[in-house]
Design a protein around this ligand. Structure first.
Ligand code: FAD
Length: 289
């Protein structure tokens, strides 16, 4: 339970941190909240030679609406997200999500950037960001580039971030009127990772027809999954019980769970179907308000 030895580096700016990443390459890791990295180091599943602690880099922690987006700084803690007035009033799906991540102690340190950058399909924010059509801002030696979230998760624990890039911001398009979203998760006990979870975000037109649908699935595949067939099915339709049921069925078919201590494949697929129904029903309610 004791990590292998490493050098601890504490840059004061993003560019200094990027310089250190360039200098040490694959042997270096960014340290944010440490809530995934430190346990992995203790288990010797990760053995970085250099830890680049960005916690003292100013300007990476904020939640604000600007230029048509909700912007979340990469180093924003889960607890800050939960406490943000704009998130509470306009983005209940994010409150749902942050609230079921681990426990308050973990959420006081864990960051939204770390939750995405870790590339763990069991983490909760990825599905919600897929449902919301978010973008990830990666900052590297050549400046910033914007990665659509649907291109971000490559395989288990692997993302589109280059070794010399830092996730500095998450951008969520401000939802139009008549939008609503929800996140539903089943966990074995409070604080556990999901057995399965579903994020759903819906926008209606002024006739009450579904204009846009975003659906993301947690921990039912090697990466977080965007349920494209279910989304496509809902566009142009009313969200009555039959269509919600059909979309939930499609989402279950798109999931790729494996059997493990949390349950067999068929059980997890059934769970996706039920959680998708609940998430879509709550999203519909919230959009109607
Ligand atoms: C007991 C426990 C229960 C948990 N339960 C849940 C849960 O239910 N749901 C859930 O979603 N998560 C859960 N987590 C994980 C937790 O939310 C993590 O903290 C989070 O996934 C990673 O954020 P972090 O800031 O701690 O990242 P760190 O642990 O510091 O880093 C994680 C990885 O991401 C990289 N990284 C971090 N920040 C950046 C950045 N800005 N740019 C580039 N790379 C970066 C690091 O190099 C490292 O590889 C749990 C953790 C614990 C300890």
């Amino acid at each position: 339970m004791i990590p292998a030895s490493f050098e601890y580096l504490r840059p004061k700016t993003v560019s200094e941190a990027i310089g250190l990443l360039q200098q040490h390459g694959d042997d270096a890791k960014i340290l944010s909240g440490g809530q995934s990295l430190i346990p992995m180091m203790k288990l010797r599943l990760a053995r970085p030679g250099y830890l680049i602690d960005i916690n003292r880099v100013p300007g990476l922690s904020y939640v604000k609406e600007e230029g048509g987006y909700l912007k979340i700084g990469g180093l924003t803690r889960e607890a800050e997200l939960e406490g943000s007035p704009v998130v509470h009033s306009k983005y209940p799906i994010i409150v749902d999500t942050a609230h079921v991540i681990a426990d308050p102690q973990v959420r006081n340190l864990a960051t939204v950037g770390g939750n995405l950058a870790h590339g763990d399909p069991a983490n909760d924010h990825p599905a919600t960001m897929l449902a919301l059509g978010a973008q990830v801002v990666a900052t590297g030696p050549k400046g910033e580039r914007v990665i659509p979230i649907e291109n971000f998760f490559l395989s288990i624990f692997s993302t589109a971030l280059q070794p010399d890039e830092i996730l500095t911001e998450i951008r969520i398009p401000i939802p139009p009127p008549r939008s609503g979203g929800a996140y539903f998760k089943l966990e074995r006990k409070v604080g556990d990772f999901a057995t399965a979870a579903v994020a759903a975000q819906i926008t209606f037109d002024d006739q009450g027809v579904c204009q846009e649908a975003g659906i993301g699935l947690t921990n039912v595949g090697p990466t977080p999954i965007k349920a494209r067939k279910a989304e496509e099915f809902l566009r142009g339709k009313r969200l009555d019980e039959a269509n919600i049921k059909q979309a939930a069925q499609l989402a279950a078919e798109e999931s790729e769970p494996s059997a493990d201590l949390r349950g067999p494949v068929e059980y997890k697929k059934g769970l996706v179907k039920e959680l998708a129904k609940r998430a879509l029903t709550r999203a519909r309610e919230r959009a109607g308000k």
